[in-house]
Design a protein around this ligand. Structure first.
Ligand code: PMT
Length: 400
């Protein structure tokens, strides 16, 4: 997988003959797993139609600042916030000058002003315009503001001139865009996380489950993503929104989670099993709702579910495998037993007998049980704990 996988790229297209290369650029970005939305300036539409870029990107192309329809769904602020990276390709001399002045008189300039995402430009213009001191001063000013410039290349130009000013080829731009995401302690790594409870059907309306909310696993997914990893989150049913920019696989039962986990192993450097998986399931889930009988008792036969994290740790080409241990007594010693029995690299142990931490709480307190030693992390929010855990796990994976 590429570092562009699951990344959201807002592509700005300004007026220039190189606008035709934007069509190819969209395809190449998508090939790397990125989602692409497009803003076109009026001048860009003289060179290539919005319909072409809409068909290629699979999303409506945004063209006007005050389009009431666009404002309802995805206005300039929403677009600016949506982007992980704003790439303007081609960026004309006029657009660059307007950016320097901080103008906000069209959709693209306002998105550039509003976005918290990194902004990159792929200039394309006649060699004389490129070499002009005004353009060079403008680019210097933008560089000082942290705006990155990709290219241009040198060569023969559409106007017949030869020199600098050609837009870089789409493949080169994709490579440079991908490089913007290659930072962070888990850059280039792929992390698979299980989260939440599983549901084991008794009949079509009843199931066996537990109190896991998914908060711990979702926080880990976001922390790993923010550390630069490509994240697959395999989740049982929860009430939480899907974390952005993670591959999300929804499952119900332990068997489904088992299958999804094995499927995800083809691209996995670290597997974190934070899900509360049901150890047993009803031997035969009834096809119809079970009716009350005259009996005061009812016997439910249960069979063992596959142990997901054990299977992952035993797989060929095993990833660095992290288990959790939910215990109510002798927390650390039971966790160490799981570390050895399940052949894990590390176990995160938490006490689930307490109401203020563990299941369904916003906070947690854990002991990290390594083969050689242990480290206790005092109570803190699951968001903060996840970040602290990811730092430690990343160090272990990177030195593995
Ligand atoms: O979801 P929250 O409300 O935020 O709560 C977080 C949590 C308490 C669920 C979490 O911190 C936690 O402890 N998760 C593991 C829960 C659990 O099932 O622990 P266990 O000790 O029963 O299992 C040990 C390990 O084996 C776990 O990594 C578990 O995911 C894994 N397992 C268990 C059974 C099974 N069939 N397959 C597994 O992979």
């Amino acid at each position: 997988m590429s570092s562009l996988t699951n990344k959201q790229i807002l592509l700005g297209v300004t007026g220039g003959i190189a606008a035709y290369k934007s069509a190819e650029l969209i395809r190449r970005l998508q090939d790397q797993g990125a989602s692409v939305r497009v803003i076109m300036t009026p001048a860009a539409q003289e060179f290539i139609t919005p319909l072409t870029l809409q068909a290629l990107s699979g999303n409506p192309v945004h063209t006007t600042l005050l389009d009431p329809e666009a404002e309802a769904g995805m206005g300039h602020i929403e677009l600016a916030r949506w982007a992980d990276l704003l790439l303007v390709a081609p960026a004309s001399a006029d657009f660059i000058a307007r950016l320097v002045q901080g103008q906000g008189d069209d959709l693209l300039t306002t998105a550039c002003l509003a976005t918290p995402a990194p902004l990159c430009l792929a200039p394309a213009m006649n060699q004389g315009m490129w070499s002009n001191l005004a353009t060079q001063d403008n680019l210097k000013c933008l560089a000082e503001r942290g705006i990155r410039c990709f290219g241009p290349a040198e060569g023969s130009q559409a106007c017949g001139d030869v020199g600098p000013g050609r837009m870089l080829e789409p493949d080169q731009l994709v490579e440079l865009a991908a490089a913007q995401f290659e930072s962070g302690i888990l850059a280039g790594r792929s992390v698979v996380i299980t989260a939440g409870p599983t549901r084991e059907a008794i009949d079509p309306v009843r199931y066996i489950s537990n109190h896991s909310s998914g908060k711990m696993g979702y926080a880990l997914a976001e922390a790993a993503r923010d550390a630069g990893a490509r994240v697959t989150l395999i989740s049982g049913p929860t009430r939480l929104p899907e974390p952005e920019r993670c591959r999300f696989v929804a499952v119900d039962s332990a068997e489904q989670m088992y299958q999804a986990s094995l499927d995800a192993l083809s691209d996995c450097d670290m597997f974190i099993a934070s899900a509360a998986v049901a150890d047993y399931r009803p031997a035969n889930a009834a096809e119809q709702k079970i009716k009350k009988t005259g009996q005061d008792t009812m016997v439910l036969e249960l069979v063992k579910n596959p142990d997901i994290v054990t299977a992952v740790a035993a797989s060929d080409n095993r990833p660095f495998t992290v288990g959790f241990a939910a215990e109510t007594q002798d927390v650390t010693s039971y966790a160490r037993d799981k570390l050895v029995r399940k052949k894990l690299d590390v176990v995160i142990a938490n006490d689930v007998s307490r109401g203020d931490i563990g299941f369904n709480s916003d906070d947690n307190e854990v002991t990290i049980v390594w083969p050689e030693n242990e480290e206790s992390l005092s109570p803190r929010s699951k968001t903060q704990l996840a970040r602290d855990l990811i730092v430690r796990l990343a160090q272990a994976v990177n030195s593995d």
